[in-house]
Design a protein around this ligand. Structure first.
Ligand SMILES: NC(=O)c1ccc[n+]([C@@H]2O[C@H](COP(=O)([O-])OP(=O)(O)OC[C@H]3O[C@@H](n4cnc5c(N)ncnc54)[C@H](OP(=O)(O)O)[C@@H]3O)[C@@H](O)[C@H]2O)c1
Length: 250
């Protein structure tokens, strides 16, 4: 497939790396100059082009801009009827994209995170997109959702990533302070969680099952979990998610 990316930043780079080695012709817009040059050097089949050339050359175009930039540049680009357009942008609903990318009508929105570079990531999608399925369905999990609000709720859900990774990092730094070995501490903490996530995938265990297995009365896990609950960590998380609602129209 001929695949284009408008806005060659963090998330576009991850998606291009995820598509590497699969025989696609990939066109990336020249901005950001450093990232587009790096991708052209690193991934075979990548060509750097102007925004207009990216759109003209591609069967599927990924929109990876910031919302304000998208509203300025998209109306001038040569979108075609029959071309697939997939946005990864928060703050630009699909209804707006229909106006911005006319006459294209095969338009969807998804939420990649950096793990799309290595595969195995989750891609919520609204509405369903056969182009997204073709490009990422074999390596990642496409999760169709029923409405724009459901997709926006998943945007909020995706924001769990940084705080939960930061919590793991804080725990790992604390462990390293005790052992003097930061690398081993990070590998241990990451490995513990990778093990639980693998257990969920292979045995079908859910969060409740994992928590029950860690709930030994008087145990270290139960004790730290109570401390976190009593000191308001969970309430803070919910308050933070609730605070995202107005921006997401939820
Ligand atoms: N990062 C994530 O994990 C993530 C996850 C899900 C969704 N998203 C969404 O993805 C979008 C991009 O996020 P990002 O993290 O990849 O941001 P980013 O790294 O800042 O990428 C945006 C890119 O757009 C480029 N750009 C600016 N003006 C342009 C123009 N007129 N024409 C073409 N390109 C232009 C910027 O180039 P310059 O650097 O030269 O200005 C930059 O490379 C956002 O809407 C965000 O909501 C991101």
């Amino acid at each position: 497939m001929r695949v284009g990316f408008i806005g060659t930043g963090e998330i576009a780079a991850a998606m291009v790396r995820g598509l590497a080695g699969r025989g696609h012709e990939i066109f990336v817009s020249a901005r950001n100059a450093k990232t587009s040059a790096l991708l052209a050097d690193e991934v075979s089949g990548v060509t750097v082009a102007s925004n207009a050339e990216v759109v003209a050359q591609s069967d599927t175009v990924f929109l990876c801009l910031m919302a304000d930039v998208a509203r300025q540049v998209l109306p001038d680009l040569p979108f075609r009827a029959g071309q697939a357009v997939i946005s990864v942008m928060v703050d630009v609903p699909v209804t707006d994209l229909h106006a911005l990318c006319a006459p294209a009508t095969d338009i969807a929105c998804t939420i990649p995170l950096s793990a799309v570079a290595t595969g195995g990531s989750m891609l919520p999608c609204y509405p369903a997109s056969s182009a997204l399925e073709t490009l990422f369905g074999k390596t990642d999990t496409i999760l169709p959702v029923a409405s724009q609000s459901a997709l926006n709720a998943h945007f909020a859900g995706s924001a769990l990533s940084a705080p939960l990774i930061a919590l793991m990092q804080t725990g790992s730094t604390w462990l390293a302070d005790q052992t003097g070995d930061p690398q081993a501490a990070e590998a241990y903490v990451a490995g513990v969680f990778a093990g639980f996530l693998r257990q969920m995938q292979t045995s079908g265990a859910d969060f409740d099952t994992l928590l029950q297995s860690l709930a030994t009365e008087g145990g270290l896990n139960a004790s730290l979990k109570s401390h976190m609950q009593d000191t308001g960590a969970h309430d803070a998380l919910i308050a933070g998610l609730e605070a995202l609602k107005p921006r997401l129209g939820l």
